[in-house]
Ligand binder design. Structure first.
Ligand SMILES: Nc1ncnc2c1ncn2[C@@H]1O[C@H](COP(=O)(O)OP(=O)(O)OP(=O)(O)O)[C@@H](O)[C@H]1O
Ligand SMILES: [Mg+2]
Length: 387
């Protein structure tokens, strides 16, 4: 049988060492016995020893003194002292100052002795295992930290790049829009039907690109904290009513109802009116876009218990698959039927999430496939200040 790292026993009586050798003969760990403490210390340097057992009374050195040296040489080894009644006090003192793990009284019972040593071996294994795990976690943590730092740096570069490029694109696009609008107005000269059709196509694409660039810029600014919402106490009921009114036509065109259910008790709360317009417009236009029959209900309630206001946009549309829910608020995520994505870029919900978070709120969704979705968000009644 291949024996693993083992135990070392020091005693000045050969017959005791012989008895102990026999006692541990069948165990999986190796056993090293000696009457010479110098030899014992040498052995510690050469082999992996899990448990060191020493007699207390020996001519050259006391057990406590020897175990002190063992602690210096091999701090992980579990140290056990064998004592007679007269030495119990010394053993207790040694335990209290951490020189010895435990003591075994002489004369000992074989089974108890064996049990104590096996327990000490397990203790050693556990300590080493814990340390290895700790080390492994620490190394992994360090690696993660380095990676995180790299990612953060890369993300900063990417944000800067996106922001600069988007900004640079906006100027020529604005001038294209002015030119196309001018030509379409007929001022520079009459257009025929084909020319108008082609120019309208160009106009739509210019508008789409402008929307996309504005969304990207909005999002990068929000993410980097460059845009601070202009938060002041406002009337949320009025803002919801305004957005619903604007969206009513789009709902009507699809034969959908668009209802408002705002509790009377809803109090004025701190928010940025323009940004809240943006959130509500995107959530309601999404609801219209992804619903074919039935309609949309916008509700708003006061949650006194949580000191917040909860706004919900419920639709009776196609719903969202369970596995897609986690991706919804990420950038450029467009799920479900690709035919519904015309004109969209998949940035709307990511922007909503950033805006709600800047307000100290939270946004989430509940949905059932083919039954409909409900997007909820909460806004705190009192402005949360940092620090
Ligand atoms: N009410 C809804 N019902 C079903 N699916 C939805 C609903 N709202 C959003 N989704 C899904 O989430 C995706 C992301 O929505 P988001 O508003 O971010 O992007 P978008 O509407 O496609 O484009 P954009 O808002 O940028 O114009 C949508 O493409 C759609 O797949
Ligand atoms: Mg959208």
């Amino acid at each position: 049988m291949e024996k693993t790292a083992g135990i070392l026993i020091l005693d000045d009586e050969e017959n005791i060492l012989e008895t102990l050798k026999r006692l541990f003969f069948k165990e999986t760990f190796s056993i090293f016995t000696t009457t010479n403490y110098q030899e014992a210390l040498e052995a510690l340097k050469k082999e992996e020893i899990k448990v060191v057992i020493s007699d207390q009374r020996m001519p050259e050195i006391t057990g406590v003194e020897f175990l002190k040296k063992v602690k210096l040489e091999c701090p992980d080894a579990v140290r056990i002292l064998m004592t007679g009644h007269a030495d119990i006090r010394a053993a207790e003192d040694a335990i209290n100052v951490g020189e010895v793990y435990r003591f075994i009284n002489k004369p000992w019972n074989k089974e108890d002795f064996k049990g104590a040593v096996c327990q000490a071996v397990d203790h050693y294994d556990l300590v080493i295992q814990n340390r290895n795990l700790f080390e492994e976690t620490r190394t992994k943590n360090e690696e993660l930290e380095v990676l995180n730092r790299k990612l953060r740096d890369m993300y900063e570069v990417q944000k800067e790049f996106t922001s600069t490029v988007s900004h640079e694109l906006r100027t020529p696009l604005a001038s294209m829009k002015v030119t196309v609008d001018l030509v379409l107005s007929g001022e520079p000269g009459e257009l025929n039907e084909d020319q108008t059709r082609f120019l309208m196509k160009t106009k739509n694409n210019v508008d789409r690109l402008t929307r996309l660039i504005n969304d990207i810029l909005d999002l990068t600014k929000l993410e980097s904290g460059k845009t601070q919402p202009d938060i002041s106490i406002n009337d949320l009921t009025q803002t919801i009513n305004e957005v619903v009114e604007i969206q009513e036509l789009a709902a009507k065109e699809k034969g959908l109802y668009l209802r408002n259910e705002i509790e009377k008790r809803v109090v004025n709360i701190p928010f940025d009116v323009d940004k809240m317009h943006q959130v509500l417009s995107n959530l309601i236009s999404n609801a219209i876009k992804f619903t074919e029959t039935g309609g949309i209900t916008v509700s708003c309630i006061n949650c006194e218990k949580d000191n917040c206001v909860k706004i919900s946009i419920r639709d009776t549309g196609q719903g969202i698959k369970q596995e897609d829910m986690g991706k919804l608020f990420q950038k450029f995520q467009q799920l479900g039927d690709p035919r519904k994505h015309i004109g969209g870029t998949g940035l709307g919900l990511a922007i909503c999430k950033e805006i709600i978070q800047c307000h100290g709120g939270k946004i989430w969704v509940e949905s059932e496939i083919n039954k409909g979705s409900c997007f909820h968000f909460i806004l705190p009644v009192q402005e949360r200040r940092e620090g």
